[in-house]
Design a protein around this ligand. Structure first.
Ligand SMILES: [Zn+2]
Length: 241
């Protein structure tokens, strides 16, 4: 069997036998991959650096009949500063858990992979508010996964919504609902005009270019929306507000 050379990042790991570790990787073109890093917990092992959470680099994987194994690894970034900031680490861990639940083995995931790497760099190296970075991550993930929220028209009657109208978010239909259509149907979540503006701006210009205050990032709403759509519930999401 041929070796597979691929970029990857560790989403999860579990110790295995005495000196090994089982890794769950996200890769751009093979989706989620489980791979055994044999001997990586031995002092001086060349595979030591590949077997940590967030280890991002180039993996050479042996694909046998059973599970894949790591042959060699070259580190691009360990995102080490995340370990020194508990708050940022919580948000970064949530991103890993969400993608672990979302990614499918064998499915192309290059856009989500890039989104994750960029979002981790923002959390790790830029003075951006982690809550806003995570909300932007969820919004972009939704857009890439086919759930881009509709933010201009009512999802129930199709009417264009005015700037100052009261708005509710319909998580099942994936967009805004006008006050007239609000009775009946699935429960709705309130979304104020600043939060709406933030979502539109981030979708258009990106999290680094928006000048809107991070306090306006509707993180709980986006979390509930995307987790509901993907039917996943990463355990670390509960502590994030
Ligand atoms: Zn309506």
């Amino acid at each position: 069997m041929a070796n597979l050379t691929t970029q990857g990042i560790v989403l999860r790991h579990a110790d295995y036998r005495e000196k090994d570790r089982m890794l769950t990787l996200l890769t751009p073109f093979s989706g989620r991959v489980d791979a055994l890093a044999r001997g990586c917990r031995k002092p001086g092992s060349p595979l030591m650096s590949c077997a940590e959470l967030f280890a991002y680099g180039e993996y050479v994987l042996y694909q046998g009949k059973g599970r894949a194994g790591v042959v060699s690894f070259s580190l691009i970034d360990s995102f080490y500063p995340l370990r020194e900031d508990y708050d940022r680490l919580r948000y970064a861990s949530y991103m890993l858990q969400l993608l672990e639940a979302q990614a499918i083995p064998g499915d192309r995931a290059d856009k989500l992979f890039q989104l994750l790497i960029r979002s981790l760099k923002r959390l790790c190296y830029l003075p951006l508010e982690p809550r806003a970075v995570t909300a932007a991550f969820l919004l972009m993930d939704a857009a890439l996964s086919g759930y881009r929220p509709r933010l201009s028209h009512c999802v129930r009657c199709g009417r264009r919504l005015g700037e100052d109208e009261a708005r509710l978010f319909d998580a099942e239909e994936g967009g805004l609902c006008c006050a007239a259509c609000a009775s009946g149907g699935a429960p709705l979540m309130p979304l104020n005009s600043r939060e709406l503006l933030w979502m539109k701006d981030v979708l258009q210009t990106g999290i680094e270019k928006t000048a809107l205050p991070p306090a306006d990032a509707p993180l709980p709403l986006l979390r509930k929306y995307l987790e509901g759509r993907l039917e996943v519930s990463p355990p670390s999401g509960k502590g994030l507000l």
